[in-house]
Design a protein. Sequence first.
Length: 206
Amino acid sequence: MNSAWRDTLRWAAFIFVVTIFLSGAFNTSTIVLDRAPWWLGVLTVMGIVLVGIIFDIMGLAAAAARETPYHAMAAERIHGAKQAIAIVRNAEKFSNFCNDVIGDIAGVLSGAATAVVVAGIVQSGGIGGFGSEVVAILATALVAAFTVSGKALGKAYAIRNANLIILRVGKFFYWLDHTFHIRLFTGNDKKKSRKRGGKRVAGQRK
């Protein structure tokens, strides 16, 4: 098994563990919503959807961003430029985490939270029978419409402002690194792959 496959398997295992942890942590929100007023549940649902949209934007921006401008920024010692380079070089992993992990979890949770909110509205309003079904349909449709339209706007913004978005994320990573010594990505993967490729070519020439 080559190093690329080993790296992929390690990343998949990491994502598996992180997804279980985040799903369990975020699912507590639906338990809390059972005892919260319905209007607080509405705010929670909107917050979950918004988180999904924001991470969707970041994942798309990482895939669309170009590495070259960040080198000039790094030469000028602009905070976050080196971290932005690392994000672009690890765009596949970064996009996977943002779009697939956080995005999918947010989608599942928004649906579960919406069901809890609908139950709260029906109970507090004394709505029964066909009326409760109408409330459920309207709530689900509104959440779906907000999610889809928000992601559509987010995609357009991400593609047009990819480098700016990733620089801002890079600045946040810079803050994490220098404040808490948390380094999420390194920018050496591409260089290592080039060196390995160069060694293979040299070996073939011999």
